[in-house]
Structures are given as C-alpha cells and as structure tokens.
Write a protein that binds this ligand. Structure first.
Ligand SMILES: Cc1cc2nc3c(=O)[nH]c(=O)nc-3n(C[C@H](O)[C@H](O)[C@H](O)COP(=O)(O)O)c2cc1C
Length: 366
C-alpha cells in the first residue's frame, strides 16, 4: 500500500517537513505569570510533545500591549518573553521539530480592561458586538477607537519587531495572524472598515496594511519564512460579517500574494454553514487553489481521511489540525498506526494549570 499523502515529506520553501500534518495555532492561556512569558515546564513541554508534526504553528502571540485581547497569552515583545520562547524553540528542535510563531493583534476584539480603561484600537469605531475574554471572564466588547495613521504605522512597526524577536527566539518562521476577525481582518472587510483615507474605501486600500506588514517583516527576516492566515468566509464568529466585496477582497489579496515568495498561505474553510450566504464561498480550498501559486495550508474540521483527500485532489499541500492536536500530541503516530483519537475537553482549553494541557496520553508513540 502506498504511503498516505499526509505522511509524505514536503519542502516548505527550504524547510524540510517530514510530513504534511500541521498543528494549527491555538491560544491556551497558560502564561499566567507577571511577564506573560512562556515557561519551560508549560509551553516548552507542551510544544515539544507535539514535535512530530510536520510543522507547529504557535498560539497567537501579541506583538504589543495594545495587541492583547485574551488573558494569560504569551507575548513576543518583552525580553522575558523572548527568553521564554527560546526555551520552547530549543525543546522543539531537540525533538527534531519545526515551529513558527503566530504574530497577533486583536484590534477591536480587545477590551478596556486590558488597556487601563482606554478603548481598544480598530480600523473604524464599530463595535463587533462580541465577547472579549478578560481577566474577569467574558465581557461584552465596546466601540473601539478608530486608529490614526500614526497608530497604524506603529502597529506595522510592532509586527516587524515581533518578527525580529521571533528570529532571536529561534523560531523557524512567523505566521501573520490576518484571520478570524482580528485587527488585519478588520481592515479587509467593509463591514468593519469604513475609513475614507488610504486604508479604506477600495479593495486595494483595505488590503494595504497587510502588504505593509509583510514588507516591514521582510526587512528583518527572509520572506521564505513568512506565512499568513486568512479566513475569507468568516461570517458571524468574532463579530465578523461579510458583504459583496468581501470575497473579491480576499481574491485580490491572494492574487497579490503571488508577487511574494512566502513560506505559505494558511486558509480556513468556513467556521459556520454559509451555504445560504450569497456573499460567501463554501469551499475555500477549491476556490483559492487555482489562484495561489505557492504552498497552501488548509484547516478547519479535517480528520485523517479528509486530510488525505484534500491533498490527493490537489486542493492543498498541507493540512492544519486544531482541536485534534489539543488532545492527541502524537497525532502523526496515530495517523501512521491507525490508533483512535482521544477526545478533547473544552473546559480546559483556556484555564491555568497542567490539566487538559500536559496530561493527554501519547499511546501511539511506542
Ligand atoms: C482552543 C482554541 C484556541 C484557538 N486559538 C487560535 C489562535 O490563537 N490563532 C488562530 O489563528 N486560531 C486559533 N484557533 C482556531 C484554530 O486554529 C482552528 O482554526 C480551529 O480550531 C478549527 O480547526 P479544527 O477543526 O482542526 O479544530 C483556536 C481554536 C481553539 C479550539
């Protein structure tokens, strides 16, 4: 029997992956220390247990104080955080793994509780009417402050600085978080961006910040190590809604990304049923594969069978698994040996402590 495609190797623009199983970025909120720094006996241990993945993408890591919108998430803008992430990358590399960091700014999904009472920043003053996970639990989001041009430029600098710090911390690359209703995604959609300056109004203007972020990051690391994430048909979750220009905006973005020699573009299939939504595309991998010439990672709702199938059909190169990776550190070995997967426990996704974090079995490993 020929090898399943998920378990075949792949050249990620110079980085050799032993298989095509990617660990999707997942916030786990275990950095409950004063500096929000990763620790050897928490994050380092957690990621090292998953080092057999073809590629690990870390949890979203804030690039500045302004970027924070969730409690206890490990950042990438203070020296203690860089030192903490060094322990993570060292341990993953010791186990022969590869790890990118996800660079994150949540924009209007944040809450004044994270900013000494100040409003969070966003492209426009439009409340997502969602919930923010604050130190006191979930709270309703507020109407954010429309960013000035100076604040936009500073944010681009913060992304660049985050990438520079990531290189210092030993990461194999970075993933720009331009997905899931967070800051960069808020710029793309006309329902969250009603600016009338150079960052709004037209498709090109709404997409502009992403390309400025990529160009800034390219100054501190090779573009072959830069990836980014997009969720074009996100409609509902994280306060995001679509309109008739949403998909044309993503089509423009993906087409323009062909001008770069990036590590990858990481796409999500719709998080909700969008079959009744005239503005949405229901099959993201199928729609974007012909548009993008580089490496495509696809995510959301995949199991082993569907993962092998999407590669076989030629609609993606790599498959990212989220929740299955929470409860199956040995996901690759389970796919190899056909071992049943362990269920994940949602109650321990975001709580402090090792329970539901470091205690899932690795049965398929020996
Ligand atoms: C606990 C949890 C935390 C997540 N945190 C992030 C994150 O920090 N960044 C991100 O881009 N996506 C995040 N996601 C979304 C996942 O990367 C993924 O898109 C989603 O779980 C769907 O994939 P799955 O069906 O394989 O779980 C998170 C998902 C979960 C379950």
């Amino acid at each position: 029997m020929s090898k399943q495609l998920l378990l075949t190797d792949y050249n990620l623009n110079g980085l050799k992956l032993p298989n095509r199983v990617v660990m999707a970025p997942m916030t786990r909120s275990r950095a409950d220390n004063a500096e929000n720094a990763p620790r050897e006996d928490f994050e380092a241990e957690y990621y090292a247990l998953r080092a057999s993945a073809g590629l690990i993408i870390s949890e979203g890591s804030p690039i500045s104080d302004e970027a924070i919108g969730y409690v206890n998430v490990p950042g990438i803008y203070k020296s203690a955080q860089i030192e903490g992430w060094k322990k993570v990358t060292e341990k993953v590399h010791e186990k022969n793994g590869r790890i990118f960091i996800q660079l994150w700014h949540v924009g209007r999904m944040s809450h004044p509780d994270f900013h000494k009472g100040e409003k969070p920043l966003a492209p426009s003053a439009i409340n997502p009417n969602a919930q923010s996970y604050t130190p006191e639990g979930f709270k309703d989001t507020v109407t954010p402050k429309e960013m000035t041009i100076a604040e936009i430029k500073q944010t681009i600098e913060d992304f660049k600085n985050g990438a520079k710090n990531a290189m210092e911390a030993g990461f194999d690359g970075v993933e720009i978080h331009s997905s899931n209703g967070y800051l960069l995604h808020q710029f793309f959609n006309g329902t969250s961006n009603t600016r009338t300056d150079e960052y709004g109004g037209t498709i090109e203007n709404r997409a502009k910040i992403l390309f400025e972020v990529i160009d800034a990051i390219k100054q501190v690391m090779p573009e072959q190590k830069i990836g980014l994430r997009l969720n074009p048909s996100l409609d509902g979750p994280f306060g995001m809604t679509m309109d008739k220009e949403t998909i044309p905006t993503f089509d423009y973005i993906v087409n323009k990304l062909n001008e770069y020699d990036l590590a990858y573009v990481h796409l999500s299939e719709p998080f909700t049923d969008v079959s009744d939504n005239d503005f949405a595309v229901s099959e993201i991998a199928k729609h974007y594969r012909p548009l993008y010439k580089g490496t495509l990672i696809i995510n959301a709702g995949f199991d082993q069978e569907k993962g092998n199938k999407v590669i076989e059909e030629g609609n993606a190169d790599l498959v990212a698994y989220g929740k299955p990776y929470i409860s199956n550190p040995d996901l690759v070995e389970r796919f190899e040996k056909g071992v049943d997967l362990t269920d994940w426990d949602e109650d321990t996704f975001y709580v402090p402590g090792k329970k539901g974090y470091l205690d899932y079995p690795v049965n398929a490993r020996d």
